[in-house]
Design a protein around this ligand. Structure first.
Ligand SMILES: NC(=O)c1ccc[n+]([C@@H]2O[C@H](COP(=O)([O-])OP(=O)(O)OC[C@H]3O[C@@H](n4cnc5c(N)ncnc54)[C@H](OP(=O)(O)O)[C@@H]3O)[C@@H](O)[C@H]2O)c1
Length: 322
């Protein structure tokens, strides 16, 4: 699998990132191990988790995904072969033995939660640590000061921003530059082939707008697209789309997506992932899966070489031209 560096850092990751959000809760441990093993076998190295995964799922308190990854890393002895990204910012209940945290990116929470993530994962240093949620819009010098400290102390190799708006990302980059603090090297944003409905109020999860993507390209910030498969929606066209993606251009985009997929004899999911990988600059898909069939199906996107004509067709679908 192709490897790329995150932003201007020397953290090299595989282009497909495996999401482990439900591992240890919705996805049982034995299936999770099978998926992780298969991902490594296929050349994947980039694993995504968060301190709060998956506190909202039945029976979950948060910390389950990190603990499962920690056990798997130990069992396989493969820490040096993977890059591990975790996140801080969303609240979770936790348990008596392993308490959670409130929703916040205050400095003391960033520092404390990093230690807890390292402990659950059984490692000394993360490869990437994200600010998960910027809804509080806390002062950026405090937030970046804490992330900078973690880098200087060797607790994480790089830092990223998730769910930031364009203007907050711009402010964060200029705060880092002016105060000589570590800079976000990548962003993790909800992004897929379908475009969000105009007027969609982002609230906690602002999608990657064209302006946001341009801003990242100009600043050498790697874009990582989470939930690119819209949680299975492309494979179930009979089910209604979530309101966020059921916009005026979604029917036109789904039609072209279906045509390209049918001509090539592949699935819509695979074209969506190939489209992200062929975008300029390249976008790294952060995908989820719950079975071996799904993960094997996902890897087939790596064999697809979209032509310039196909990219134009896909990019232009549903666009209004003057
Ligand atoms: N930064 C953030 O705020 C944030 C938010 C959300 C997620 N994330 C990260 O992104 C990762 C992926 O998120 P996601 O699970 O929402 O992503 P997704 O890739 O959009 O959806 C994954 C789901 O799509 C379905 N699927 C996958 N392959 C399929 C196939 N071949 N055929 C049919 N259905 C298929 C499965 O649903 P079923 O299991 O129902 O079959 C699978 O669980 C997470 O694990 C997490 O690491 C980050």
């Amino acid at each position: 699998m192709q490897k790329v560096k995150l932003g201007t850092t020397d953290v090299e990751v595989s282009v497909l990132c495996l999401g482990t959000m439900y591992m240890g809760t919705k996805t049982p441990a034995d299936i999770s191990y099978t998926l992780l093993d298969r991902y490594i076998e296929a050349g994947g190295t980039f694993l995504d988790t968060a301190n709060c995964y998956a506190a909202w799922y039945e029976g979950g308190f948060g910390g389950e995904s990190e603990r499962l990854l920690g056990h798997w890393l130990k069992a396989r002895g493969c820490r040096d072969k993977v890059q591990i990204a975790s996140k801080v910012g969303f609240g979770y209940t936790g348990t008596e033995e392993d308490p959670g945290a409130e929703t916040s990116l205050r400095a003391e929470i960033i520092i404390r939660e990093c230690e807890k993530s390292l402990k659950r994962l059984g490692i000394d240093c993360l490869d990437l640590f994200y600010a998960h949620n910027d809804a509080g819009m806390l002062p950026l010098d405090e937030m970046l000061g804490a992330f900078d400290k973690l880098i200087r102390e060797g607790k994480t190799r790089a830092i990223g921003a998730s769910n930031f708006t364009s203007w907050r990302l711009a402010d964060a980059l200029s705060t880092s530059a002016h105060q000589q603090l570590a800079q976000f090297c990548c962003v993790q944003q909800n992004h897929t082939y379908l475009r969000p409905v105009p007027g969609f109020r982002p609230e906690l999860w602002p999608p990657a707008s064209p302006e946001f993507l341009d801003q990242c390209a100009r600043k050498d910030i790697t874009v990582i697209a989470y939930s690119p498969l819209v949680r299975g929606a492309y494979m179930h066209p009979d089910q209604p789309l979530t309101a966020k993606f059921a916009g005026p251009d979604s029917a036109a985009r789904l039609k072209v997506l279906g045509q390209v997929a049918q001509t090539r004899g592949v699935s819509a999911n695979q074209i969506v992932l190939a489209w992200l990988l062929h975008s300029n600059p390249q976008v790294l898909p952060l995908f989820g899966c719950s079975s071996i069939e799904q993960i094997n199906d996902t890897f087939k996107c790596l064999e697809i070489k979209l032509t310039a004509d196909e990219m134009t067709l896909l990019n232009d679908a549903g666009c209004v031209k003057r």
